[in-house]
Design a protein around this ligand. Structure first.
Ligand code: UDP
Length: 239
């Protein structure tokens, strides 16, 4: 196995990352590119778990703003993450990578239910595990799911793959020319400075469990590999 810094990682893949330029829906060629990058890292012997977001199709908050009951809207969001997970599974398997999808809401005809010990076993057997349906509970996000599942499976790092943004900035670099990039931060810095990285539930969970978080640009080819090798890209957040 190639020397790597992180041997078991959990990567949060936002719905947006699977949508391509249009920003919504599922874009199979875009997913195939992500799948190929994951395969390259998997081939290095790294154990990979993925948490799929669903924002390319639906967010509970948006539903609520349009007058829906929040809990109902959140369940729709969780179902959106399952569609993304199945699309990613399809791409990975077409490249010959063995995978399992585990859902936090049971739907046994299409995926396994989430069972921690089974998930760990799959990782040990070199299968990429894709976690879908978030935590299974409304009012949470898939960022929080990544922090939670990351702790549960003893991940060495949480990889936050961003679309076009190469780390954490003092302000939105697309709107503020004076925004500067942080190389290293603590989880507390994120909460104190109110940085827009992940929601505070996810941040405090990562902090409590002392899991490093690497925020990096997914759109740069080879970046997932660089992160697991420990190359200095993006922003690293520690305890
Ligand atoms: N969601 C939820 N509980 C969870 C995870 C997700 O209710 O544990 C719902 C929530 O409505 C959220 C939607 O699923 O808006 C999609 O997830 P998220 O917004 O995290 O996806 P992303 O923006 O990362 O693509």
């Amino acid at each position: 196995m190639t020397e790597v810094k992180y041997k078991r990682v959990i990567m949060k893949l936002s719905g947006e990352a699977l949508a391509g330029d249009k920003g919504s829906g599922i874009n199979p060629p875009v997913i195939k590119t992500v799948a190929q990058e994951l395969k390259d890292v998997h081939d290095m012997g790294v154990q990979i778990a993925i948490v799929c977001g669903g924002g390319n199709m639906w967010r509970g908050e948006t539903g609520e703003q349009m007058g829906m009951e929040r809990v109902q809207a959140d369940y729709i969001g969780m179902l959106a993450t399952v569609m993304n997970a199945l699309a990613l599974q399809d791409s990975l398997e077409s490249l010959g990578v063995p995978t399992r999808v585990q859902t936090a809401i049971e739907m046994r005809q299409i995926a396994e239910p989430y069972i921690r010990r089974k998930a760990v076993r799959h990782l040990e057997k070199d299968r990429i595990v894709i976690f879908a349906a978030g935590t299974g509970s409304p009012y949470f996000s898939t960022d929080t799911t990544a922090a939670l599942r990351g702790a549960e499976i003893n991940a060495d790092a949480i990889l936050m793959a961003k679309n076009g943004v190469d780390g954490i900035y003092s302000a939105d670099p697309n709107k503020d020319a004076s925004a500067t990039k942080y190389e290293e931060l603590t989880h507390m810095d994120i909460i104190d400075k109110g940085l827009n990285v992940m929601d505070t539930t996810a941040s405090s969970l990562s902090m409590e469990n002392n899991i490093p978080l690497v925020v990096f640009n997914l759109n740069q080819p080879g970046n997932i590999k660089k992160v697991v090798e420990g190359q200095k890209i993006g922003t690293t957040v520690r305890g």
